[in-house]
Design a protein around this ligand. Structure first.
Ligand SMILES: Nc1ncnc2c1ncn2[C@@H]1O[C@H](COP(=O)(O)OP(=O)(O)OP(=O)(O)O)[C@@H](O)[C@H]1O
Ligand SMILES: [Mg+2]
Length: 495
């Protein structure tokens, strides 16, 4: 059952760009490793090499003392190494069990044995705590549930070494708790786990040992208990990280109402939601997954049917039919489901950035020069790490895709900005950049709405925070009431 891995001087080049510069370290069985590093440090790439998705340009991997060369992920899986991808890898139109057994179908004679697959799928779904039948189409699942399907799928492959690339980015505290219990069980069974995360508090909680990478190199390792979070952050970034949040500039006296929502109702989700956000204000939305925050904004934007409600932007009553329409009227919305709705990973960075505002660059021909300038500027302003400016969005690391999505959504120069989980999967340094950027946008007189499941983020960032529970607004907390205890109490209904 045991499986020991050694990376021996692993290099990786993508074309002319070197992203791994001779990484060497070893992993022992039955331990949970936290692999941390900035966006673009090479964590996912190294793990994709281990799991057979990429080939090293030089160097070798040894398993139990023997060099291995995987021809693909199937060969790695056969050796017991399974990677759960950072970005979801599920086929939306297939069912849960079809996804779990895609390419690994169980057969009875010549026939696909649906019953056997369903039975087994049910077993693994119960293990990860996902209360859905195996026949449920994946497109009907929310993001957190898709993550659980990925984990169930990995378990069904009998992993001896399980790599989880940002598994909790989309999970609630409750789901995370359950996942950690599951990880402990797997570890007790002899499974080695590599846990990649930007949530350093979770790294502290669940891992035995921390491995830090920076700029494609191994930097440091040690027992988790021997690191403080601050030390991890400093090692990742290569300098002292301090003051995560900017000072909150007060919302100017007499600032106009930028967004006013009255009596919004979405059948099955929201009842009577009313709030207003001022120009220059950073306004948060807290609540558990399923409390209706995302749904409320999707309804406002015409992505969901609403049965009642009035929306005003800068005093003008408007009817929004689509995100594009909303953008024209001055409101942009960055969805939490980046891959599904935010970026087109197969298009170039350039096309992604300017897709929403092509009109602006066409007079009447597309001004490619201006487009290129806009990309250069976005890359600089948002600190997007790119190997190749002409590359596709897919070639960016997870966190850098996130920054590109942000840059893209701010292209139309909006009056109201809605950011759903803006720092998910983003490293500490970049998080800080995004926080400062949000405040800069607010100081320019825009209203910024932040939907987040990180309470610390909402408290550090927002002037006021609305708390939703079961589709209803519970409270709007400002200043002195903006504490974790108050937020949790309202979100869970124990106030
Ligand atoms: N297919 C590819 N083609 C070109 N460059 C790539 C490709 N895949 C990754 N890269 C580059 O390799 C570097 C490392 O990326 P990687 O995804 O491993 O980072 P990461 O540490 O996982 O970051 P994050 O925390 O953002 O997920 C990045 O600069 C990225 O742009
Ligand atoms: Mg990654």
């Amino acid at each position: 059952m045991s499986l020991a891995v050694r990376f021996d001087d692993i290099h990786k080049d993508f074309g002319p760009v070197r992203v791994l510069h001779g990484v060497s370290f070893a992993l022992a069985p039955s331990r949970i490793y936290g692999l941390v590093g900035e966006n673009g440090a090479g964590k996912s790439t190294l793990m994709k090499i281990l799991a057979g998705y990429e080939k090293p340009s030089a160097g070798a991997i040894e398993i139990d003392g023997t060099p291995v060369h995987f021809g693909g992920s199937r060969e790695a899986e056969a050796a017991g190494i399974v990677l759960i991808h950072q970005e979801f890898n599920l086929a939306e139109h297939l069912t849960i069990s079809q996804n779990m057994y895609l390419g690994h179908e169980k057969r009875r004679g010549w026939f696909v044995d649906d019953t056997a697959m369903h039975d087994e799928a049910r077993h693994y779904l119960a293990q990860v705590g996902l209360d859905k039948t195996p026949g449920t189409p994946v497109r009907e699942l929310i993001v957190a549930e898709k993550q659980l399907v990925e984990i169930a799928k990995a378990l069904s492959r009998h992993a001896r070494l399980l790599i989880m690339d940002e598994p909790t980015a989309t999970l609630t505290p409750e789901e995370t708790h359950r996942l950690f219990a599951l990880m402990e069980r797997l570890k007790a069974d002899g499974v080695t786990i590599v846990y990649i995360s930007h949530k350093l508090d979770e790294v502290e909680r669940i891992t035995d040992e921390v491995i830090v990478m920076r700029d494609g190199r191994f930097v440091s390792r040690g027992e988790t208990a021997g690191f403080t979070r601050q030390q991890m952050a400093n090692l990742m970034v290569g300098r002292e990280v301090s003051d995560m949040f900017p000072d909150k500039a007060p919302v100017p006296e007499g600032a106009g109402v930028a967004l006013k929502v009255e009596g919004l109702a979405v059948p099955g989700w929201i009842e009577g939601l009313s709030f207003q956000v001022h120009a220059g204000e950073v306004f948060g939305f807290a609540g558990l997954v399923g409390s209706g925050r995302t749904e409320a904004f999707e309804a406002m934007l015409g992505l969901r049917r609403r049965s009642a409600g009035r929306v005003e932007i800068a005093g003008r009553c408007i009817e929004l039919n689509s995100p594009r329409d909303a953008m024209r009227q001055g409101l942009t919305y960055l969805s939490e489901d980046r891959k599904g709705k935010g970026l087109h990973v197969d298009l170039s960075l350039q096309d992604n950035l300017t897709l929403m505002t092509h009109e602006r660059y066409a007079h009447p021909l597309i001004d490619t020069r201006a487009e290129r300038d806009a990309l250069q500027q976005a890359v600089g302003e948002f600190g997007i790490r790119v190997g190749d400016l002409a590359g596709r969005a897919r070639t960016l690391s997870g966190g850098n895709q996130q920054k590109l999505a942000l840059a893209k959504f701010l292209q139309p120069d909006p009056r109201v900005i809605v950011l759903d989980e803006p720092t998910r999967g983003v490293d500490v340094g970049a998080k800080r950049d995004i926080y400062f950027m949000i405040h800069r946008l607010a100081r320019e007189g825009r209203a910024v709405i932040v939907i987040s499941s990180e309470l610390i983020e909402l408290i550090g960032l927002c002037h006021r925070v609305a708390v939703m529970r079961a589709g209803r607004l519970q409270a709007i907390l400002g200043r002195e009431h903006l504490t974790e205890e108050e937020l949790i109490a309202h979100a869970t209904g124990t106030h």
